[in-house]
Design a protein around this ligand. Structure first.
Ligand SMILES: Nc1ncnc2c1ncn2[C@@H]1O[C@H](COP(=O)(O)OP(=O)(O)OP(=O)(O)O)[C@@H](O)[C@H]1O
Ligand SMILES: [Mg+2]
Length: 261
């Protein structure tokens, strides 16, 4: 089992969009996947057509069993009409109560310990995180194997990216103390990219100069994302042949290549 977290401390950069589509893509391909919604906004939960519920809170604070807090995502939400998913997709839903988890738990390893219970039954756990840094992020840094950073090609998103990279280094120091491995930076994904916009080209070039091969091919700004979301579907279902869906598949392939299972 591999745990991947989508992190950027700037809001609205595509964390939830990528977390939901990576999780769904892996499930369509045949993997057993849990999408853990660690954001009190519950947007990953809602994107999968599910109700916001305090499941993350119940898992960590009330010690609920996974079987009581995981919700299976119906194939009609995420899988192409003519293709049943070969794997399984579950969501650990979130709601506003997720915000108070850090006040209720004292063990920073709570998330790491609970998610390791899934080792033999799940292939990938994908964490969608909140843009606001919190102690829950601290627990996720202790649970995760790797991080993928979505960012817009804009100054404030880069600022969020740099803050997030700094927090990873701090978390690394803590992990080292416990004899744990470093967290892999799987990649940095430019999102909502406009190839004809000069400032996007320039900022993309800056990203490449700073982070080289860690920078993945950009995901273009397209209306298909808003269209799919407004009818409660992922793009694989709404427009399986669209450029947006194809870009997502290459992202999923890179995740599989980068993490393996
Ligand atoms: N490639 C894209 N083209 C056009 N719109 C996009 C694209 N990717 C994401 N969006 C839209 O941008 C908005 C923000 O995306 P998303 O919710 O994934 O960001 P986020 O980082 O999770 O935000 P938050 O920090 O609030 O959790 C959404 O309305 C989403 O549909
Ligand atoms: Mg989000």
């Amino acid at each position: 089992m591999k745990i991947l977290s989508l992190i950027n401390e700037k809001g609205g950069v595509g964390k939830t969009t990528l977390a939901t589509h990576i999780a769904a893509g892996l499930a369509i391909r045949g993997y057993r996947v849990v999408l853990a919604d660690a954001d009190p906004q519950g947007h990953a939960t809602v994107s999968m057509g599910l109700k916001k519920e305090p499941c993350f809170y119940d898992l960590l604070v009330r010690d609920a069993a996974f079987k009581d807090v995981l919700r299976r995502v119906p194939a009609e939400v995420f899988s192409p009409e003519n293709e049943a998913p070969k794997g399984e997709l579950y969501v650990l839903p979130s709601n506003l109560e997720t915000r108070s988890i850090p006040n209720q738990i004292s063990d920073p390893f709570a998330a790491a310990d609970r998610f390791r219970e899934l080792e033999d039954v799940i292939d990938y756990v994908i964490f969608d995180t909140s843009p606001t840094p919190s102690l829950l992020h601290g627990s996720i840094y202790l649970a995760t194997d790797a991080i993928l950073y979505p960012t817009k090609s804009e100054t404030l998103s880069f600022d969020g990216l740099i803050e997030s990279l700094t927090h990873r280094v701090e978390a690394q120091t803590q992990r080292k103390r416990w004899g744990m491995d470093n967290i892999t930076i799987l990649g940095i994904v430019p999102t909502m990219y406009r190839s004809a916009t000069l400032v996007h080209q320039e900022n993309y070039a800056k990203l490449k100069t700073a982070y080289g091969e860690l920078v993945w091919p950009p995901i273009a700004m397209r209306t298909v994302w808003a269209e799919a979301s407004s009818v409660g579907m992922l793009v694989y279902r709404y427009a399986p042949e669209s450029e947006g869906a194809l870009e997502c598949w290459s992202l999923v392939n890179r995740v599989i290549q980068g993490l393996g299972v």
